[in-house]
Design a protein around this ligand. Structure first.
Ligand code: PLP
Length: 446
C-alpha cells in the first residue's frame, strides 16, 4: 500500500492512504472499502492512478446513469464552457435554464400528461426532499409526513426524520420530528397489505395519529435494500392519499432518470404523484443538480421562501438538457435498459441459485438490482473480493446485506457480462466454489 507521491504544497510524501487519513475526516465511507486513488473514468470503466482498471457497478450511487464522461454530455458542456456560457447565476433566468426547462417540458412532462412546475433547490437530493416536505406542510397546514420502514431520503434534519436507519438517525443529535413511520410494501410479509394498515391508522379516530400533510415514498427503496413496491401497492397508496387529501411525494432521486427502465420510476404504476423529487442522475454528468416537480396548483411558495446559493447549476442544466435530448426523445433507450435489466436479473438469479445456503434472493427492479446475502459479513467479503478482481460495487440494506449492481444504464452487454462474471467468481471465491466462467480477469492490486 505504500505509494509515494507529492500532493499540494505539503512538503511531505505520503503513503497512498496517508493524505486522506491525515486530512480527511473519519466520516468518509465508500473510500474505506475501495482503497485506491482514482484518476480517470470513461463509461463504465474507471482507472486508479496506478492504471488498474475497474468496472463501475456503483455509478456514483446512481448519479452516473449515462456513464463517466459521457461524450455527448462532455461535448455539450465543453462547447458551453468554451463559449463563456454563464456558470453561476443564483436563480436568474439563463439560456441554459430555459433550454433545460423547454427540453423537460417537451420530452418528459408533456408526453406523460404531467402539468408540473419545477423548483430548483440547493444541489443535493436531500435539499430537494427538504423543499418537498416544506411545501407539503405549507399547502396542507399539517405537520406530520408519513414515510416507510427502510426508507432513505438524505441526511439533513428534515430528510433524516424521514429515514429509517438508526445509525443515521442517531447522528442527528436532536429529536427528529414531524414523521410517522409505517410499514413499506412487504415489510409485514407478502400476505399483509400495508396500505390497508396505513388506512386503518389514518382513518381510526383513536389510532393516535394526526392526519399527515403527505406520504413520502421511494418506488424502489435504494439504500434500504432494493425493495420494490408493487404497482398495485403504489396504486392503492395513491388512491388512499387522494381520498384523504394527503399529498403523495415520490422521491425518485435514486430510482428515477431511467434507473428502473422508464424516466420516472412510477410510470408503469400509472400514478401521478403530487410532488416528485429528482437529483443524482438528473445532470447525467455527475454535476450537482436537484429538482422538485409539483402540480401547478400546489405552487404556494412566496418568492425566495426556499432558496439556496447554488439552486440551479448552469453546467448541470446543459448536460441535463443533453441527456433528455439524446436519450429520452424516443423509447429506444428505455427499451435498451429493460433488455439489459432482464439479462442482469437472469444472471443474478443464476448466481443466487448456485449458492442457496448463502444467497437469499435477487432484489430490485430495472438496473437497480442486487443479491441479498444471509450474512452481511459475507456480502462485505464478496464486495471486497469484487474490488480485488476489478469490479466496484457496494452494499445496501438495513444490515448492509445486499450486494447491489448499479452499472451505468449505458453499459455495453459485454461489460455487463464481464462485471457479472467477476461478481460470480468473487462469490465463488468467498464461498469456496469454482468460478463459472473460468475467464482470466486481471487482478487489481491496490
Ligand atoms: N433520496 C433518495 C431516494 C436517495 O437515494 C438519496 C441518496 O442516496 C437521497 C434522497 C439524498 O441525496 P443526496 O445524497 O444527494 O443528498
Amino acid at each position: 500500500m505504500e505509494h509515494v507521491q507529492q500532493f499540494g504544497s505539503e512538503n511531505v510524501l505520503f503513503s497512498e492512504a496517508g493524505i486522506f487519513a491525515r486530512y480527511e475526516s473519519n466520516v468518509q465511507s465508500y473510500a474505506r472499502s475501495m482503497p485506491a486513488i482514482f484518476a480517470k473514468a470513461v463509461g463504465c470503466e474507471i482507472w486508479s492512478e496506478k492504471g488498474d482498471r475497474y468496472l463501475d457497478f456503483l455509478s456514483g450511487a446512481g448519479s452516473l446513469n449515462y456513464g463517466h464522461n459521457n461524450p455527448v454530455l462532455k461535448n455539450a458542456l465543453t462547447e458551453y464552457v468554451n463559449a463563456d456560457g454563464i456558470a453561476h447565476s443564483l436563480d436568474l433566468h439563463t439560456e441554459a435554464k430555459a433550454q433545460f426547462l423547454a427540453e423537460l417540458a417537451d420530452t418528459i412532462l408533456r408526453p406523460r400528461g404531467l402539468d408540473y412546475v419545477a423548483q430548483f433547490t440547493g444541489p443535493t437530493g436531500t435539499n430537494a426532499v427538504e423543499a418537498a416536505l416544506k411545501l407539503a406542510r405549507k399547502v396542507t397546514g399539517r405537520a406530520n409526513v408519513v414515510h416507510f420502514t427502510n426508507s432513505f431520503h438524505g441526511v439533513s434534519l428534515g430528510s433524516l426524520s424521514m429515514t429509517g436507519n438508526q445509525t443515521l438517525r442517531k447522528a442527528a443529535g436532536v429529536p427528529l420530528n414531524g414523521a410517522i413511520c409505517m410499514p413499506f410494501d412487504g415489510y409485514l410479509g407478502a400476505d399483509v397489505d400495508t396500505v390497508a394498515v396505513l388506512e386503518k391508522m389514518l382513518c381510526d379516530s383513536s389510532s393516535g395519529i394526526d392526519l399527515p400533510a403527505a406520504v413520502l415514498v421511494e418506488t424502489v427503496q435504494g439504500e434500504g435494500g432494493l425493495n420494490p413496491a408493487s404497482w398495485a401497492w403504489l396504486q392503492r397508496l395513491e388512491a388512499l392519499c387522494n381520498r384523504l387529501e394527503i399529498l403523495l411525494i415520490v422521491d425518485d432521486i435514486q430510482a428515477g432518470c431511467g434507473r428502473t427502465g422508464t424516466f420516472f420510476s412510477f410510470e408503469p404504476a400509472g400514478i401521478v404523484p403530487d410532488i416528485v423529487t429528482l437529483s443524482k442522475s438528473l445532470s447525467g454528468y455527475g454535476l450537482p443538480l436537484a429538482l422538485v416537480l409539483f402540480k401547478r396548483e400546489l405552487d404556494y411558495w412566496q418568492p425566495g421562501e426556499h432558496n439556496g446559493t447554488f439552486r440551479g447549476n448552469n453546467h448541470a442544466f446543459v448536460t441535463a438538457a443533453a441527456t433528455l435530448r439524446h436519450y429520452w426523445r424516443t423509447k429506444d433507450f428505455s427499451r435498451e435498459v429493460t433488455e439489459k435489466a432482464e439479462y442482469l436479473e437472469g444472471r443474478l438469479q443464476g448466481i443466487t441459485a448456485r449458492f442457496p445456503e448463502h444467497l437469499e434472493r435477487v432484489k430490485g427492479r430495472g438496473l437497480m438490482r442486487g443479491i441479498s446475502f444471509a450474512s452481511a459479513n459475507t456480502a462485505g467479503d464478496v464486495r471486497d473480493r469484487c474490488f480485488a478482481l476489478g469490479l466496484i460495487c457496494e452494499r445496501c440494506g438495513p444490515d448492509d446485506e445486499v450486494v447491489k449492481c448499479m452499472s451505468p444504464l449505458t453499459i455495453t452487454r459485454g461489460e455487463l457480462a464481464e462485471g457479472l462474471d467477476i461478481l460470480e467468481r468473487a462469490t465463488a471465491d468467498i464461498l469456496g466454489a469454482p468460478g463459472r466462467s473460468g475467464r482470466k480477469i486481471r487482478i487489481a492490486t491496490s
